[in-house]
Every structure is written in structure tokens, then in C-alpha cells.
Write a protein that binds this ligand. Structure first.
Ligand code: HAX
Length: 434
């Protein structure tokens, strides 16, 4: 049976050849131009890095190694990890072998729990998670191998080792943070033989008599794993890793970016916004009330969380998948009903508001459609995961899959240290002015 390690060892030399040939043949071709507005505007749309794990197409959404996301929605997150890394879905044996890797590596060092318990009780759970990952850096096989002296061609091997250790421990650590921060402080153990998503659901310790919370966790952890390379979390992880910082430094850094309200924290803010509308209107608001509330939010200078996207120009298929899950499992839940109603109302509001902005000489809102965060919180809430600040931690457990896959492939390719050129405002004025 070919393990993930064996398969990568076979694929990586071919992958390197392919990339070497592409650079040799097309190295001087131009693939992007940068305007002054893009340089000031978060480099939106500038093609300046490579990511082979997944692509986000503006009119289709996430494509994982050539497979549109919704075609792999029933795959477990660990299968998605295998797919991101190798381009292939694992067969049953390879899946079982990966499972055994996680079983073997799932023991969390006791100093992590000491540290988590010593943190101020009002620490944000994202800060706790990122701290936990960072403190485990002493375990890094990559750093130890690098210090001993390792050949460049071998970088990906200890990087994969670190990745498997991080992925095996992350659900334990995240669920432990939940128990310490919000429950009685007792930490649940990883169950050998149980899959990654169900293990995480189980360790959170919420009641799941029908097993549908575990099903949701598998879907959630699948959907959030990867979203190509330029988003803040992936790009930060990529940049930190490009200096040959190990996976602990890189993933912790990437997740610090995910903790921002314009990125992963949006899912916490989204559900808060939904609940606010219910509190204000005393139950499920009418569409007219929601329209009014959305306009009030925009007029007060805030964004409507869960809507808009830097790349997508259609309904995010991840939102679509969550909507379908909700319709199947919790159609009568009032919070979910508000999510559905908001979806009927907010895109039209954003389109109207965007037209008003344009008249005032401001940028249009490029995408009025829901992103992944618009519905996921309502599903977690239904199953008793009601602590909003924890939502980005759930996202993080999943996003680590994508960031680590990208790191391993980048170390396999020997990707260069990131160092784009910055210019000053004076330079722009002089150069463009002339
Ligand atoms: N509500 C109000 N205004 C919005 C908006 C929204 N939902 N989406 C975009 N806009 C505004 C932007 O703030 C920007 O205004 P300024 O020019 O005054 O700064 C203008 O429309 C143009 O922005 P854009 O080109 O449409 O979008 P950006 O690529 O700049 O930003 C964001 C993309 C996702 C950050 C943005 O749509 C947003 O803030 N959405 C709400 C927060 C959110 O849902 N974030 C999660 C995104 C998914 C994700 O990464 N999850 O992790």
C-alpha cells in the first residue's frame, strides 16, 4: 500500500520537473500588470504567486485540484488534505493509514494545557489557539532537521512530519480550548479509530444523539480547508514559511490573520448580526425589517458581515452547501430561517447601496452575494455551539489543512523567499507624474 509519504515521494520529482520546465519555457512572459490603485488596494487581482492546491474562480467558486467543491462535499476533511497535497483522493487503505498517523500523533504536550489554563480567562480563543500552536514549536522536526543540516531537496519531508503532528493535535487543542474557556475545564481525549471531523465534534463534548453534529463538522472542516493562495491566512503562512520558518511559526502566523474581522472573524460577526436582528424585532424579522436593518448597518459605516468577497462574484458554493445542510437538518430553526431570509434580502440591498456609493464617487461593492461566513454560524449555533468567539477557531482547525498543504508543496519546490518590491508615494507621484 502506498502511504501519503510514498505517493508524494513519487510525485514530487515530476512536479519539480514540470515547474522547472514551465519557468524555463515561459519565464519571461507577462501574466499580470499592477496599477497604482492595486498597489494601494491590497494588490487585489494582481497575479504574483503560485498555488497548486486549489483555485477560486470568480464565477464558480472553489475548485480543489480540478474538482468543484460541491462535487467533493461528502468527503472527509482528511481526504481533502490528501487531495490538496497529491491531486488524488485516497482509497480506503490510504485513508485508514492517514487515520492511523493521526491516532499515533494526537498526544498534546502537557505544557500546552498548563499555558492555556494560565492565560487570562477573557483571552480570545483565537489568541489561545495561536499561542498553543506557537508554543509547540519546540516539537518542530523541520527546525531540528534544518539545524542538523538537511539538503534542500528534503525540506518537504520534515515539513510533512510537522504538518501531520499539527493536524493530529489541532482538533484536540481547539476542543480543549473550548472546554477550558467555556465549559468545566476538563479536556477530552482523541478517540483512536474515529475520523478527524467526528473526533473534533466528540471532543467538544456537545450532545449529538443523531450524529448530525459530527456530519456538520466533517462538512465544515472540508469547506474551510483551502481557498487558493492569496487570502490573508494562506498568504501570511506562505510568506512566513518562505523564510524557512517551520510549520508552527507559519501556521500560527496565518491564523493570526484569520482572526481579523474582514477575514475569518466575519463568521463570529455574522451570527451576532443575525441574532441582533432577532432581538431587535422580537423573533424572525420580516424581509422589510431586514432590509431596514441592513441599510441601518451600512449607513452607520459598517459592513454587512458574510456578504461580499475579494475574488468571488457569485454565491459562494460553500454558503450553498451549508444552506442545503440547514434545509435538510434544521429547516425549522428560527436562526437558520433568518439566514435564509437575509439571503433573500441583502444582495438586493448591497446592489442598491453600491449604486448610491458610485453616485457619491466611491467604489462599487464588487460582489453582493454571501460568502462562506453568512450561514455557517447558524448551523453551529443550532447544535449548541453558541459561543461566537469560538467560531473562528473551528474555521482555523480546517484552514490549517490548506495552509499546511501549501507549505509542504512550497518546500518541495524550493519556492523562493517572498520579497515583492514596495514603492513610496513620492516615487509614484514622480514616476507616474512624469
Ligand atoms: N458591506 C458593506 N460594504 C461592503 C461589503 C459589505 N458586505 N463588501 C464590500 N463592501 C465595500 C468595501 O468595504 C469597500 O468599501 P471602501 O472602498 O469604502 O473601503 C467597497 O465595498 C469595495 O470593496 P470590494 O471590492 O467589493 O471588496 P474587497 O475586496 O475590498 O473586500 C471583503 C472584500 C470580504 C473584505 C468585503 O466584502 C467585506 O468587508 N465583507 C464583509 C466582511 C466579510 O464577510 N468578510 C469575510 C470574507 C470571507 C472570508 O475571507 N472569510 O474568511
Amino acid at each position: 500500500m502506498a502511504t501519503l509519504q510514498d505517493l508524494l515521494a513519487k510525485q514530487i520529482p515530476q512536479y519539480r520537473d514540470k515547474v522547472r520546465n514551465v519557468v524555463k519555457k515561459y519565464g519571461s512572459e507577462v501574466i499580470s500588470q499592477v496599477t497604482v490603485a492595486q498597489a494601494y488596494g491590497g494588490m487585489r487581482g494582481v497575479k504574483g504567486m503560485i498555488c497548486d492546491t486549489s483555485v477560486v474562480e470568480a464565477d464558480k467558486g472553489l475548485i480543489v485540484r480540478g474538482r468543484p467543491l460541491l462535487t467533493i462535499k461528502d468527503r472527509w476533511p482528511e481526504e481533502v488534505f490528501y487531495l490538496l497535497l497529491t491531486g488524488e483522493l485516497p482509497d480506503d487503505k490510504a485513508k485508514a493509514a492517514l487515520q492511523q498517523e493521526f491516532d499515533r500523533r494526537s498526544q498534546v504536550p502537557s505544557y500546552v494545557w498548563d499555558l492555556m489554563r494560565a492565560m487570562p480567562p477573557d483571552s480570545h480563543p483565537m489568541c489561545m489557539l495561536d499561542t498553543a500552536i506557537l508554543v509547540m514549536e519546540r516539537e518542530s522536526v523541520f527546525r531540528q532537521s534544518y539545524t542538523k543540516g538537511m539538503k534542500k531537496d528534503e525540506y518537504w519531508v520534515p515539513m510533512l512530519d510537522d504538518a501531520l503532528n499539527i493536524l493530529a493535535r489541532l482538533p484536540v487543542v481547539a476542543a480543549g480550548i473550548y472546554r477550558i474557556r467555556y465549559k468545566d475545564g476538563s479536556v477530552n481525549q482523541w478517540t483512536h479509530g474515529l475520523d478527524w471531523g467526528a473526533n473534533f465534534a466528540n471532543m467538544l463534548g456537545l450532545a449529538d444523539p443523531t450524529g448530525s453534529f459530527a456530519k456538520l463538522m466533517r462538512l465544515y472542516l472540508n469547506f474551510h480547508a483551502d481557498h487558493e493562495g492569496g487570502n490573508v491566512s494562506a498568504n501570511t503562512c506562505h510568506t512566513v514559511g518562505s523564510s524557512l520558518s517551520d510549520a508552527y511559526y507559519s501556521v500560527s502566523a496565518g491564523l493570526n490573520g484569520l482572526a481579523g474581522p474582514l477575514h475569518g472573524l466575519a463568521n463570529q460577526e455574522c451570527l451576532a448580526w443575525i441574532i441582533e436582528t432577532m432581538e431587535k424585532f422580537g423573533g424572525v424579522p420580516t424581509e422589510e425589517q431586514l432590509r431596514e436593518y441592513a441599510f441601518d448597518t451600512l449607513r452607520s459605516g459598517k459592513v454587512v458581515p458574510g456578504y461580499g468577497h475579494a475574488v468571488l462574484r457569485v454565491v459562494d458554493p460553500r454558503f450553498q452547501g451549508f444552506l442545503e445542510f440547514g434545509q435538510e437538518h434544521l429547516a425549522k430553526d428560527p436562526v437558520f430561517q433568518v439566514v435564509e431570509r437575509v439571503f433573500n434580502v441583502v444582495p438586493k440591498v448591497l446592489e442598491e447601496y453600491s449604486a448610491m456609493r458610485v453616485k457619491e464617487g466611491k467604489n462599487p461593492i464588487a460582489n453582493p452575494w454571501p460568502n462562506v461566513d453568512a450561514g455557517s454560524g447558524a448551523l453551529l449555533y443550532h447544535y449548541g455551539l453558541t459561543e461566537f468567539p469560538f467560531y473562528t477557531v473551528v474555521f482555523s482547525v480546517s484552514r490549517a489543512i490548506g495552509m499546511l498543504s501549501q507549505l509542504i508543496l512550497n518546500r518541495a519546490l524550493g519556492t523562493a523567499i517572498t520579497r515583492p518590491k514596495s514603492v513610496s508615494t513620492e516615487w509614484v507621484m514622480k514616476t507616474v507624474g512624469n
